[in-house]
Design a protein around this ligand. Structure first.
Ligand SMILES: *[C@@H]1O[C@H](CO)[C@@H](O)[C@H](O)[C@H]1NC(C)=O
Length: 305
C-alpha cells in the first residue's frame, strides 16, 4: 500500500510557549510518496518500476501545448503539475521543471517542490523556501525561516512551518492568504483558483481559507488524512480512506464513490477541471468535470509508484 504523508516524529510532542499544541521539533511531512499531481489541464505521475518501491520515471498527459506534459527522463520522487509547467524532485534531490515560463530553478538540493499557476516554490534541504517564475503579486517572495511544505496557488503561496503554523504570501483579493492564526496543521494545499486548505494536526479536521463563493472553503470535521484544494472545490480523504468533496462542480463522481465502499484512496489531487486519486491498491483513477484536454485519460497500463 502506498504510504502517504507519513509523519516523522523525531521527538515527543512539546507544548508551545502559549500552551497551545505544536508540532514536535524536527517534524516534517514526508512528501516523498506524493506520486500524482493534477495540474490545470494536465496530469503528471510517477510510474512504478518493477521490484523498486521508491521513485520512478514521470509520465504526463493532457494539455501539452507548451510541453508541460513532456517531462524529462530520470528518476523522480515527487511531482507537481501547474498550469503551463510542471516540476519534480529527482532521486538526486535536484528539481527539474518543464513547459513554458518555468523561470530559473535555483541551484541546490530540495526536499519538496510545488508548481502553481505561473510560479513555483520549493523547500530546500536546509528548510528555506525558494520561489521562481512569476512574481506579479509577491507570490515569489517567500517569508524567511524554515518550512516543511510549500504549496503554490495562483499569484499566492502558502508554507507550512515546522511548528505547524501556516504563512501565506502574494495575492490576497479573495483572502487566500488568511490562514487561521494559531492553528497547527500537518499538510496544506493551495488551489489554482484562490483558496487553500490545511489538515489540522491533532483533530484531522480540514480548515480552508480564501474564495468561498461555492462553499469550497467551508471547514469539515475529520479525521481526514489528506486534503486537496481544487478549482471551486475541495476533496479530502477520510480516515477510512473514502473521499469526501465539497464546493461546486466536484470532479469526483460522488455516487459511484459512495455506492462502492471498496473504493478507498491513499492520495487525491485536484486540478481545475479534473481530479485524480490513487486507490489503496495503487491504481490511478482520474475524473473530469469539464473540457480537461484529456487530463483524466490515464495511459493504458500505467502503474503509479
Ligand atoms: C489565475 O489568475 C489569473 C489572473 O487573475 C486568471 O486570469 C486565471 O483565470 C486564474 N486561473 C484559475 C485557474 O483560476
Amino acid at each position: 500500500m502506498l504510504k502517504l504523508l507519513t509523519i516523522s516524529l523525531t521527538s515527543l510532542l512539546v507544548t508551545a510557549d502559549q500552551g497551545s499544541p505544536s508540532l514536535p521539533p524536527g517534524f516534517h511531512s514526508d512528501l516523498d510518496d506524493i506520486s500524482v499531481s493534477a495540474g490545470h489541464f494536465h496530469t503528471c505521475a510517477i510510474e512504478s518500476r518493477p521490484g523498486v518501491e521508491f521513485g520512478g520515471g514521470i509520465k504526463c498527459w493532457g494539455d501539452d501545448v507548451v510541453g508541460q506534459a513532456t517531462p524529462p527522463s530520470g528518476i523522480y520522487v515527487q511531482v507537481s503539475a501547474g498550469y503551463m509547467h510542471s516540476c519534480a524532485v529527482g532521486i538526486d534531490e535536484q528539481v527539474k521543471c518543464w513547459g513554458k515560463n518555468v523561470g530559473q530553478v535555483p541551484a541546490g538540493l530540495f526536499s519538496q517542490v510545488s508548481a502553481g499557476e505561473f510560479h513555483s516554490c520549493g523547500v530546500m534541504k536546509d528548510g528555506s523556501v525558494k520561489c521562481w517564475g512569476a512574481n506579479h503579486w509577491g507570490e515569489g517572495k517567500p517569508n524567511g525561516g524554515d518550512f516543511v511544505q510549500v504549496s503554490c496557488g495562483n499569484g499566492s503561496t502558502c508554507g507550512l512551518r515546522g511548528n505547524g503554523l501556516v504563512e501565506c504570501w502574494g495575492r490576497n483579493d479573495k483572502g487566500q492568504l488568511n490562514a487561521p492564526e494559531g492553528k497547527v496543521f500537518k499538510q496544506i494545499s493551495s488551489s489554482l483558483n484562490f483558496h487553500a486548505c490545511g489538515l489540522e494536526y491533532e483533530s484531522g479536521d480540514v480548515s480552508c481559507w480564501g474564495w468561498n463563493h461555492r462553499e469550497q472553503s467551508d471547514s469539515r470535521t475529520g479525521p481526514f488524512i489528506q486534503v486537496s484544494a481544487g478549482s471551486m472545490s475541495t476533496c479530502a480523504i477520510k480516515e477510512d480512506q473514502t473521499v469526501k468533496c465539497w464546493g461546486a462542480h466536484q470532479p469526483i463522481p460522488h455516487e459511484s464513490l459512495l455506492d462502492d465502499q471498496d473504493m478507498i484512496y491513499d492520495q487525491i489531487s485536484l486540478g481545475v477541471d479534473h481530479a485524480c486519486g490513487v486507490t489503496a491498491d495503487g491504481e490511478l483513477h482520474c475524473w473530469k468535470k469539464g473540457a480537461d484536454f484529456g487530463a483524466h485519460h490515464v495511459p493504458l497500463g500505467f502503474a503509479v509508484a
